[in-house]
Design a protein around this ligand. Structure first.
Ligand SMILES: Cc1cc2nc3c(=O)[nH]c(=O)nc-3n(C[C@H](O)[C@H](O)[C@H](O)COP(=O)(O)O)c2cc1C
Length: 162
């Protein structure tokens, strides 16, 4: 199986888009993530998969905490920023955030956020599966989601139920 066929086949699966942020003190890293999913209701667990090279994964391993912000359709620019800017860029310039536990920011204009402690980190090939225990969460806005499909962004054509 060649890598391109693998990627193209997986790209047939539509997802939302999230931004995962972690770090300690005033040093934070963030990355765009579409591998986010729920795992368990009791206890409340979620997961995402992070490339072994991701600076955000290093931050998660250090701080044992992270936030997940679920992006709305107006936040394509933020998705691009957190996917492309890299750890040296000024990721948080002119972005509206609020601090969760230990001061890790989340994006307040997103649809909702989860504030997580690391439950488990499992190596899996060239990624790590990060399982988070959700300690706080909230719905923030009533907008529509940002959609990712076949390597492109979409906005909902019909309005989802409120
Ligand atoms: C829509 C979208 C979804 C992404 N999902 C993931 C993901 O689930 N896991 C991952 O490791 N990288 C994902 N990426 C790529 C990372 O966002 C990108 O590699 C980022 O630069 C890593 O940042 P960091 O090294 O500063 O932590 C995604 C990129 C895009 C555009």
């Amino acid at each position: 199986m060649d890598t391109q066929t693998f990627r193209d086949t997986l790209a047939q699966f539509v997802t939302g888009v999230t931004v995962v942020i972690s770090g300690t003190g005033s040093s934070h890293q963030g990355m765009t993530v579409n591998s986010f999913t729920s795992v368990s209701l009791v206890p409340p667990l979620i997961l995402f998969c992070a490339d072994n090279r991701a600076a955000t994964l290093r931050a998660v391993k250090q701080s044992h905490r992270f936030t997940v912000s679920i992006l709305c359709e107006e936040q394509e620019d933020l998705s691009r920023r957190f996917a492309e800017l890299g750890p040296q860029g000024d990721l948080f310039a002119q972005i509206r955030t609020a601090p969760a536990t230990k001061g890790i920011p989340y994006l307040i204009d997103s649809l909702g956020y989860l504030d997580c402690a690391v439950h488990n980190i499992i190596p899996a090939g060239d990624h790590h599966i990060v399982v988070g225990h959700v300690e706080r969460l909230g719905r923030l806005n009533h907008g529509y989601p940002l959609i990712y499909f076949r390597h492109q962004y979409y906005r909902p054509v019909t309005s989802p139920p409120g």
